[in-house]
Design a protein around this ligand. Structure first.
Ligand code: FAD
Length: 374
């Protein structure tokens, strides 16, 4: 595509954020071109886990409320993608167990159950089932909440990609964007002019956006995860224990994740940390002892200065927009992020938690750099 063939909206990045933004723009009748340096889902969005889980109903704020809205609407959102693509994205609202580490944790969980009655919409519940009703060892019992769901990331990306093509979006894969300026992206396929350019390049956001942000505020947090075939049946729901997720998928496999590493020599290599994670999973659920590991995987979570997504028009620009910082919950937040970005591109002021704004993210950097006043 040459500069003379101007696109309406150019989305840079075919991970979960870019794909969700592209769909939301199509919903508003816009014409979308999506470009990715590799295939869609070749970045963090191609992993084996796929947990869609809420924050506990505690110390409530706009961020948690926004996440709740996104998760509550996920079933309909993914159902539509399945219909548009003719593919199964692997979505299932199966709920989640959280084994409790102590009686104090149980008391906190009981308080959360009371909070959920007010904070969570029906039919979603945060409950404490009787200890003898659990199919795994949990001396202090476990929470069971009904809002969590699973998605199968590679299938979900394939469904989103096919749905985009079916809706008439133009997909340019295998072409890196080298730089962006007002209304134009320089790419390996030549310059592409567009009315709006939406940057959703995951950990590639820094090089493209730093010029506008005044710095590169992004970090890439490595995560290792695996997909296994259990040796015996697992609970039908997700299980989450102290950073460890076990996600049972519809095909009988289970996603297990994830490590969180700020320093690493091999960004995409797996090592003994993943073995430790698998050993913890096997100790938690007997069906994972002796499980066959069918995929070992590592990826880089794109993180901004705050753990929330970083969204908005780039400072000083009217045509360049950013959807970055998906960090740990890109799949859960994507439908909402798509809506917000499509509205911003249309010149609207969408409902957005303040912590998602570029200004708030940059303020976090300024706050951490500020010298002690006394
Ligand atoms: C081990 C692990 C487990 C995880 N588990 C979960 C989970 O259970 N649930 C959940 O919700 N989230 C999970 N996450 C987080 C989730 O994967 C991320 O939040 C999400 O995938 C990030 O999506 P993204 O679209 O921002 O980035 P990416 O998926 O990385 O997509 C960015 C895309 O942009 C492209 N790109 C980059 N630079 C350029 C450029 N210059 N030009 C063109 N294209 C470019 C890349 O090729 C890539 O395809 C996990 C992450 C890891 C690492």
């Amino acid at each position: 595509m040459g500069k003379s063939e101007a696109a309406d909206i150019l989305v840079v990045g075919g991970g979960i954020f870019g794909l969700a933004c592209a769909h939301a723009c199509l919903d508003r009748g816009r014409h979308v071109t999506l470009i990715d340096a590799g295939p869609t889902g070749g970045g963090a969005s191609g992993g084996p886990v796929g947990a869609l889980s809420p924050h506990p109903p505690d110390r409530w704020n706009e961020k948690k409320a926004a996440q709740l809205r996104a998760l509550a609407g996920a079933e309909a959102w993914w159902g539509r993608i399945a219909r548009l693509s003719g593919r199964d994205p692997g979505y299932g609202r199966v709920g989640r167990y959280i084994p409790l580490a102590s009686e104090a944790a149980r008391a906190r969980a009981e308080a959360h159950a009371r909070n959920a009655v007010d904070l969570w919409p029906a039919p979603f519940r945060w409950t404490l089932p009787p200890r003898d009703a659990l199919s795994f060892e949990a001396p202090h019992g476990a929470v069971f909440e009904t809002l969590s769901a699973r998605i199968d990331p590679p299938r979900a990306i394939a469904a989103l990609t096919d749905a985009l093509a079916a809706r008439g979006a133009r997909l340019l894969t295998g072409h890196r964007v080298l730089g962006v300026a007002e209304g134009v992206a320089e790419t390996e396929a030549g310059a592409i002019a567009a009315r709006a350019i939406l940057l959703a390049p995951g950990t590639g956001a820094g090089p493209l956006a730093a010029r506008f942000l005044g710095c590169d505020p992004f970090q890439a947090v490595k995560g290792q995860a695996a997909r296994v075939i259990p040796s015996a049946p697992l609970p039908a729901a997700l299980v989450y224990a102290d950073g460890l997720y076990v996600v049972p998928h519809a095909d009988g496999t289970a996603g297990i994740g994830a490590t969180a590493e700020n320093a690493y020599a091999e960004p995409l290599g797996t090592d003994a940390r993943l073995d430790d994670l698998l050993a913890r999973a096997a100790a938690l659920l007997p069906g994972l002892a002796g499980a066959e590991v069918v995929r070992r995987w590592a990826g880089l979570r794109p993180r901004g200065p705050r753990p929330e997504p970083m969204l908005g028009a780039l400072p000083g620009s009217e045509t360049l927009f950013l959807a970055a910082g998906a960090f740990r919950t890109g799949f859960g937040m994507a439908p909402l992020v798509g809506e917000i970005l499509a509205a911003l591109v249309a010149g609207e002021a969408p409902l957005m938690p303040p912590g998602f704004s570029i200004a708030e993210h940059l303020a976090r950097i300024a706050a951490t750099r500020r010298p002690e006043s006394n």
